[in-house]
Design a protein around this ligand. Structure first.
Ligand code: UT7
Length: 323
């Protein structure tokens, strides 16, 4: 008997306020032309005072629960990837649990920045397959706008807010081709901490801090690390790149998506792109893109889908699954 973690529902949530490049160009010395040419971003969503990481995460979770057709009370595990929690503690996952009224199970946050959803998925998958839980909510949720330096044009134009969620549940089958997560690989390299970090924290400055990035260096590492981990997961699962139906990448920059796809010989028609309308939503970007493609009918049950992400730490990873 094979026990696999199967996605049975997806959901997402975006803040009410959409900020396009033209409006941003009135706030900081930039232009629509520069942002589009260098990143492919046209707009992003920015959380208002009544919107937080937990409110966005809860809204996305509610959609995923409705799509799965289950009761929230049956969720016994919540793993939330975020780098912008509501508070230093408790974990934002516990706030979401209380909002959903599914108290009593396991709930915690995972901090792996833009790879947060991939890390959360890897942890949840391990816990489901080991029998520690049966039905999980895996969420990526961020309010990156709260840690941006709005005077630094090199970073503030790149990020946005949002949340995506999936219901992931353990299912048993004799069929080796059964649905579910087939292989995941996660990596980190702390030697590159200073290329992408926040210049504050509870134990150092006692402040929240602002995001700092050496964009050019991060770009190069992203393309190399992502193509390496994609090859690793393909090899591990005995699947060739041409057999993939879809790739759902972390949405940092359209040029990173192009360069990574080219390295693997993947046509861009197989790559789900939302960076144009969402910008980089860190841990939320993969589940936001996944939900968009499930809802518009591109990603269908039974298809082979690769998820991948890379972010601060550095952290990176990829996961292959049959929907
Ligand atoms: O989520 C995972 C982590 N994040 C990423 O993966 C992001 C990775 N990096 C990138 O996406 C790109 O490196 C950026 C989009 C951040 C920057 O693109 P780039 O082609 O590497 O540009 P650059 O940093 O080399 O800057 C080129 C020029 C500079 O001017 P000079 O020195 O050539 O005169 C910048 O000052 O563009 C200037 N610049 C801007 N101009 C207008 C930088 N930001 C802006 C801006 N508007 N917003």
């Amino acid at each position: 008997m094979i026990r696999r973690s199967v996605i049975t529902g997806t959901g997402s949530a975006l803040p009410k306020r959409r900020l396009d490049n033209a409006e941003l160009a009135k706030m900081v010395d930039t232009s629509d032309e520069w942002i589009v040419a260098r990143t492919g971003i046209l707009s992003r969503y920015i959380a208002g005072p009544d919107e937080t990481t937990s409110t966005l995460a809860t809204a996305a979770a509610r959609e995923a629960i409705a799509a799965a057709g289950i009761e929230a009370s049956s969720i016994d595990l919540i793993v939330l990837g975020t780098t912008t929690p509501d508070q230093t503690f408790p974990a934002t996952a516990t706030t979401v649990q209380a909002n959903l009224g599914c108290n009593g199970g396991i709930a915690f946050d995972v901090a792996a920045v833009c790879s947060g959803f991939l890390y959360a998925l890897g942890v949840a998958d391990s816990m489901l397959r080991s029998g520690m839980a049966q039905r999980a909510l895996v969420i990526g949720a961020e309010t990156m706008s709260r840690i941006l330096d709005w005077e630094d044009r090199g970073t503030c134009v790149l990020f946005g807010d949002g949340a995506g969620a999936i219901v992931l549940e353990a299912q048993e089958s004799d069929d080796p081709a059964a649905r579910g997560i087939l292989a995941t690989r996660l990596h980190a390299d702390g030697a590159h901490n200073e290329m992408l970090f926040v210049d504050g924290g509870p134990s150092t400055t006692g402040t929240v801090g602002k995001l700092r990035m050496r964009g050019k260096e991060v770009f190069k590492h992203a393309v190399t690390n992502l193509s390496d981990v994609l090859r690793e997961v393909l090899e591990l699962s005995g699947v060739s790149a041409s057999e993939l139906d879809w790739v759902v990448p972390h949405q940092a920059n359209a040029r990173i998506l192009d360069a990574t796809a080219r390295k693997l010989g993947l046509p861009m028609e197989k790559v789900i792109v939302t960076v144009d309308r969402h910008a980089n939503t860190s841990a939320a970007s993969v589940p936001l893109a996944l939900d968009a493609a499930v809802r518009d009918g591109r990603i269908k049950p039974g298809q082979l889908v690769m998820l991948e992400a890379m972010g601060g730490g550095f952290t990176w990873g990829a996961s292959l699954l049959r929907m």
